[in-house]
Design a protein around this ligand. Structure first.
Ligand code: FEO
Length: 614
């Protein structure tokens, strides 16, 4: 029985899903299967965009017949000749002998190679900029060589502004009923498989992907229909931005990917210790045992992170087999612009560090750190300094360079009070424990995707919870918020008090976290996509998973709070004291000189929040 979905009024998805395939292309694990997309346009003419892998041929032919609804097939556009999209082409042409094949010159040659010259000669060859009218729909053909094979072209439906993008913008995984990316949490739940697909399938061809992206700029694209997984019809700017970064080999995130091979656990032990030290320094890490995790996942992580550490034993006077294979895979995918370090092990003649470096040496713009660690069988307590040096070398490249050449003027902290900060209750949950704090640093970054940032003081318990769980809520406070809310969430520490004890103005959002229900006008639920260490604070960048308006009351600004909500300090008491007053909570530091690293013991704001008592 057929299984189709409408893409729009004139276009139907007629592809199929394969969940029995273990290894895509025989090399990439696909635990969630894979979809082979094919699309049928029914206009005055009928046009099929690509066919499918033979594994789903039966349902595909039922789908095509159903979508044609008794009509003949006029054209089949062959955009890509890899058999996952063309294995059923000869069968299709046998079933629909009147159908004309539309493809590029190279594809016509490949059709001959795969199916015999007779079928190859049936092709109507099109080139860059050629068009085909299907009636209401005019189709424009654009070459996309090496995205992923040399014959690839993409097709732009100028009428509905749909790009049939071949392999580009595909994702691993079978469709689970949802054809459109906006039917799921694409950025939260599927971006990792989109990245793994990109890095492994077309990651080697960044320059060619950039050429395609450049062509796409000239098109006003409303929808992208790839040959694998989701159709993108809303908010795909974030995905395009990922493609820009991936194809330019720019890391998505500052952080360290640590991949280790370990025969008896000793090399792994060193890698674990390094990861702990980097985390202590607030650096994001992701670890892999290369003998356990498929290379495709590690290659994808290498495309994601800015820093790569490879830890591997010497084996047969070379690099341990699984590490050797991984490094050659990364080299084959042309990764660039990364900072790289090594940990080597060898019980009698350690050489793996040098050899691992040699494998990656041909890649462009890799910075190899001189600091490295050599293990003789197992790491010793006496090697702490070596590991510290490696950790320090990594941290030195993560910290922003000082702007030494910029002439320094006077920095007046009061100038910062001119910024119109809002005030928010930031909440998080770790296990059964809820906590929240007041912040003034929530800012929207992008609209597509809906993405915000928030800087959180590391001394706050909420900070640690967000770092651990990657999830938080923002309750946007209004001018109607009571001072008691600021007292509850801003003037006591979650480390010593349960801030939600006896608090009735709270409810749980879809993510299970609390948000404040009174004196607020909006809830933003967020999932962290990056965490960057800025000394006293961590800057979290996060995508919205839920957002709703709760009232029409105006949002409170920090200025409004100071003038109208915060009780004024007792003037007589203040007059008697000398020193500095925290403008956030009124705490007074008595002394002539405010230490530059002073943190308000009550509200945890730094020296920038203090003004001298006159
Ligand atoms: Fe999905 Fe390059 O084939």
């Amino acid at each position: 029985m057929h299984c189709t979905r409408k893409v729009n009024e004139d276009i139907t998805w007629v592809g199929g899903n394969d969940r029995r395939l273990a290894m895509f292309e025989g090399v990439y694990s696909v635990p969630d299967g894979v979809s082979y997309n094919s699309y049928l346009l029914t206009d005055e003419k009928t046009v099929l965009f690509d066919t499918v892998d033979k594994a789903v041929g039966k349902v595909f032919f039922e789908n095509v017949a159903h979508a044609l609804n008794g009509r003949k097939l006029d054209y089949v556009v062959v955009q890509h000749m890899e058999p996952d999209h063309s294995a059923t082409l000869a069968d299709l042409l046998a079933r629909y002998p009147e159908a004309k094949v539309v493809c590029g010159k190279k594809a016509a040659e490949m059709i001959g190679q795969f199916f015999g010259a007779e079928i190859g000669e049936r092709a109507r060859v099109v080139a860059e900029g050629d068009t085909l009218s299907a009636g209401k729909h005019e189709l424009l053909f654009l070459a996309a060589p090496m995205v992923h094979w040399p014959e690839v072209m993409v097709t732009f439906d100028k009428t509905d502004r749909i790009l049939f993008s071949a392999d580009a913008f595909g994702t691993f995984g079978a469709l689970n009923g949802a054809l459109f990316a906006d039917e799921v949490d694409f950025y939260g739940d599927y971006l990792s498989e989109a990245r793994r697909y990109y890095a492994n399938i077309i990651g080697k061809y960044g320059q060619q992907v950039q050429s395609l992206l450049k062509k796409m700029l000239a098109l006003d694209i409303a929808m992208i229909c790839p040959l694998h997984k989701f159709v993108h019809r809303k908010d795909f700017g974030g995905y395009l931005e990922k493609y820009r970064r991936w194809s330019a080999y720019l890391p998505e995130e500052t952080g360290v990917m640590i991949a280790y091979a370990s025969i008896y656990g000793n090399t792994g032990n060193a890698a674990e210790i390094l990861a702990c030290r980097l985390r202590d320094a607030g650096v994001r890490t992701q670890m892999f045992d290369v003998s356990v995790t498929p290379d495709s996942e590690i290659v994808a992580a290498a495309f994601r992170f800015s820093h790569l550490v490879f830890a591997g034993p010497t084996y047969n006077a070379g690099v341990f087999v699984t590490m050797d294979a991984l490094l050659r895979d990364i080299a084959a995918h042309n990764l660039q612009n990364r900072t790289v370090a090594f940990i080597e092990n060898g019980s009698w003649a350690p050489v793996s560090g040098k050899l691992m470096r040699e494998i990656l040496a041909p890649l462009k713009n890799l910075t190899f750190l001189d600091a490295s660690v050599t293990i003789r069988s197992s790491l010793k307590e006496g090697q702490t300094a070596e590991l510290d040096a490696l950790c320090g070398a990594i941290l030195a490249t993560i910290e922003r360079p000082a702007a030494a050449e910029v002439p320094a003027g006077e920095v007046d902290p009061a100038a910062l009070f001119t910024l119109s900060y809002g005030l928010f209750v930031l909440t998080a949950k770790d296990g059964e424990r809820d906590n929240g704090c007041i912040v003034n640093t929530v800012t929207q970054i992008t609209n597509t995707p809906k993405r915000i940032s928030v800087a959180v003081n590391k001394q706050n318990l909420t900070h640690d919870m967000i770092l651990k769980t990657g999830v938080f809520n923002v309750s946007v406070l209004t001018e109607e918020a009571k001072f008691s809310v600021f007292e509850r969430f801003g003037l006591q520490s979650g480390k010593t008090a349960d801030k939600f004890a006896g608090f009735e103005s709270a409810a749980r959002s879809a993510n299970g976290l609390y948000y404040v229900t009174e004196g607020v006008n909006a809830l933003l639920s967020c999932k962290v996509i990056s965490a960057t260490d800025y000394g006293s604070h961590t800057l979290f960048v996060a995508d919205l998973t839920e957002a709703k308006k709760l009232s029409a009351a105006p949002s409170v600004t920090y200025e409004y709070y100071r003038k109208n909500i915060k009780p004024k300090p007792n003037p007589e008491q203040v007059k008697r004291k000398k020193g500095w007053i925290c403008t956030v909570c009124g705490y007074i530091y008595e002394g002539d000189v405010l230490p530059p690293d002073f943190i308000c013991p009550v509200c945890k704001h730094g020296v920038e929040a203090f003004v001298r008592l006159e």
